[in-house]
Design a protein around this ligand. Structure first.
Ligand code: SF4
Length: 342
């Protein structure tokens, strides 16, 4: 099939000269000469017009438990139809999905599903939620946006799993069609952010604030990479910033790193680092702290911040006991932040 089939005029473009365009979708704000592609590999300048090449051609489709995103305070135990196209606006040294994230959508053998067909596929799989995930959904923004609108119109919930590297205007335009998001906060120091990802810290913080302002259900993931993002002082600053900016009820997932991609010589995160990070976060006043990718630490249960009752037991992606009724702790009646089913 011709690649042009999946092209569409890109949003948020600015014509600089007859042949040069600037993209304002993400904070890179690439300036593209005729024929050039952006850092994300999904947007190209053709004769002075910017096109997305990631529209209707997902490379990955799957049904996942919502816990895999991870979202722990949003429809626990429910399956979510999940998809991605190729491309990403980050260059993470530890990328788990580099085979698709660092490749242009056209060079991957994918599916042929326009937004309407995609939503029908999700409904046909008996899922009531759709998630844009795996790579960075911002780089297939138009496809995500159109799909989200249709999905919402058919009663599905829409989930965005993102690195948060998007400009405010496109994010504000997307927010009316979002129900929940998990944002990767890679570390809390700009120099390290650039080294690890190729992006900057502040735009990601801005995204967190915008999602909060727009009342989108939000959870945050922080991967602890030894020598890169596991510094206790950095974690303290991050948790203090989150608390000071009103994120005390936002679940924070500390995730265990495993050697991958360009960081195969870095060891997995020791259990002690994960436990220390959790202790720092709790001490900072954050209420819901989870430890991921390390089930034997039993850091995945949801505990009532008032009475200590275990509200939801989890092991890996499996949900056991569920002790929340009408959004409140079954034992003491304390409201628990989240979007719950009864
Ligand atoms: S979305 Fe792509 S082309 Fe646009 S600014 Fe970001 S990296 Fe550059």
């Amino acid at each position: 099939m011709k690649a042009e089939k999946w092209q569409k005029i890109a949003s948020y473009q600015e014509k600089r000269t007859d042949q040069v365009v600037r993209c304002h979708l993400c904070p890179h704000r690439c300036v593209l000469q005729q024929g050039a592609a952006g850092i994300c590999k999904t947007r190209i300048n053709q004769s002075g017009t910017l096109y997305t090449t990631a529209y209707g051609n997902p490379c990955s489709l799957s049904i996942d438990p919502i816990e895999k995103k991870p979202l722990f305070h949003f429809m626990p135990g429910q399956p979510v139809f999940s998809l991605a196209t190729g491309g990403c606006n980050f260059r993470c040294l530890n990328c788990q999905n580099w085979q698709i994230s660092q490749t242009s959508p056209q060079s991957l053998n994918g599916y042929d599903l326009d937004p309407e067909a995609l939503v029908q596929r999700a409904i046909g799989c008996n899922t009531s939620m759709i998630a844009f995930t795996y790579t960075e959904p911002t780089v297939f923004y138009e496809y995500m946006y159109d799909t989200a609108r249709i999905a919402r119109g058919k009663g599905l919930k829409v989930v965005w799993i993102s690195n948060g590297y998007i400009n405010r205007e496109p994010l504000l335009d997307l927010c009316p069609y979002l129900d929940a998001a998990n944002i990767d906060l890679k570390c809390f120091e700009d120099v390290m952010y650039r080294k690890l990802t190729g992006g900057r810290l502040q735009p990601v913080l801005d995204t967190l604030l915008t999602l909060k302002e727009k009342k989108i259900w939000l959870e945050i993931t922080n991967l602890l990479i030894p020598g890169f993002s596991d510094n206790p002082e950095m974690i303290t600053h991050m948790c203090e910033w989150l608390f000071a900016n009103g994120f005390e009820d936002t679940p924070l997932h500390f995730s265990r790193f495993f050697p991958n991609y360009k960081l195969t010589d870095v060891p997995p995160t020791p259990a002690e680092s994960l436990l220390e990070a959790k202790a720092i976060a709790l001490k900072s006043g954050l209420k819901f702290i989870y430890i991921g990718n390390q089930p034997r630490l039993h850091g995945e249960d949801t505990v009532c911040p008032q009475c200590g009752h275990t509200l939801i037991q989890r092991y890996g992606y499996t949900v056991g006991t569920y002790e929340i009724q009408d959004g409140k702790c079954n034992r003491c009646g304390k409201s628990v932040a989240g979007i719950w089913h009864s």
